[in-house]
Write a protein that binds this ligand. Sequence first.
Ligand code: TYD
Ligand code: MG
Length: 455
Amino acid sequence: MAKAKTQFVCQNCGTVHTRWAGKCDGCGEWNTIIEDDPLGGIGGGPGKTPKKGRAVALTTLSGETEEAPRVQTGISELDRVTGGGFVRGSAVLVGGDPGIGKSTLLMQAAAALSRRGHRIIYVSGEEAVAQVRLRAQRLGAASTDVLLAAETNVEDILATLAEGKRPDLVIIDSIQTLWSDIVDSAPGTVTQVRTGVQAMIRFAKQTGAAMVLVGHVTKEGQIAGPRVVEHMVDAVLYFEGDRGHHYRILRTVKNRFGPTDEIGVFEMSDKGLREVTNPSELFLGERNTKAPGAAVFAGMEGTRPVLVEVQALVAPTSLGTARRAVVGWDGSRLAMILAVLEAHCGVRLGQHDVYLNVAGGYRISEPAADVAVAAALVSSLTSTPLPVDSVFFGEVSLSGAVRPVSQTAQRLKEAEKLGFARATLPSSSAELPKGRKGLTEIEGLPDLVVQIAGS
Ligand code: TYD
Ligand code: MG
């Protein structure tokens, strides 16, 4: 029998290489390739003959359909993001930075479901039973019928789940701790995680239980280790927020049973997560709305919209040469905006110090922030605060023209969801309403329009 060939698997994207390399061709990451068994020791190895196939019945596209049966938590911010509750027989991956509040959110969801008469099993691989209990007490969930286990072995978890409790929903916290006996790789490797997740998904499909899997996110913003897991599950939710702030956002990035552009907003308190039904208040609460020099930028992070405040301070220089300092944006891009303002708009900033800061420690990489930056600069220079309920976006070219940016609709939707009523954006944006309804031209700036939300 041929000796099983070892292969090298990228721990970031799952690409299989025949030999070790420092850099993965698949995703461009360094030092992510390790020796791993891609088949995970299950089935199909060399020397095995595949079983004879069985023909399945083919069917047509028309025919009976039914709404996916769901388990609703009653936590409306969560139910909206899942598209109306967790779907039975499906698997949902909840990703987020360590410490952002995934376990807290899911414990609260488990307690809420249990109070509605659902059978919930919470499997913690990261914390001991005592720790989970302590959190449950803090969240007021201790008196519910949620069943708890601290276990990381896939086979033991499956045996526990199959033991006749017939759960409606199972929470696995987290997939990075899962390990299976049938795989030789070390715990935490792509193969281990993938095998564990596969087993959990199979359990969900067979029993009709909803499966919620928790996954940590790396600093690049991907579910740690295998991206492959994102393809295996039915829905992927991200839980995110700035550690220095109390608000948290739950966002869908994939959903086979619902929309992917909904967000749920929560606030972390000493008694767990509280739903924020009017998120704009929370965001605006942290802003000094009357201060000149602040503009809200409606940005995108990959496929995810983010609203951030751009702050500018323009003051007459006391030194010979004017100072420019930028935090969270590209310094040369700022120089370009200053030059365009000077050359095309008659805004003289040569004798002024300019400081630019992106609030919340964010870093903006998009040129779409140009218009927001320009608005913040002019607002600071003229000591005129910008409208509180307005967001800004659009790319500025050297000729002084404003160019449209991608995903206008998503930016506007996010701004509207967060309570903003107006947006200043390129008039040539493709996704603007055809009849120009709700659009106002800005005098002297033909490249920009103001869109009024909901019209
Ligand atoms: P946790 O749910 O453990 O995060 P994750 O599972 O994503 O790693 O939450 C961790 C943080 O939340 C921790 O720093 C403490 C804070 N927290 C509160 O502020 N209030 C609470 O009631 C709870 C349970 C946690
Ligand atoms: Mg946790």
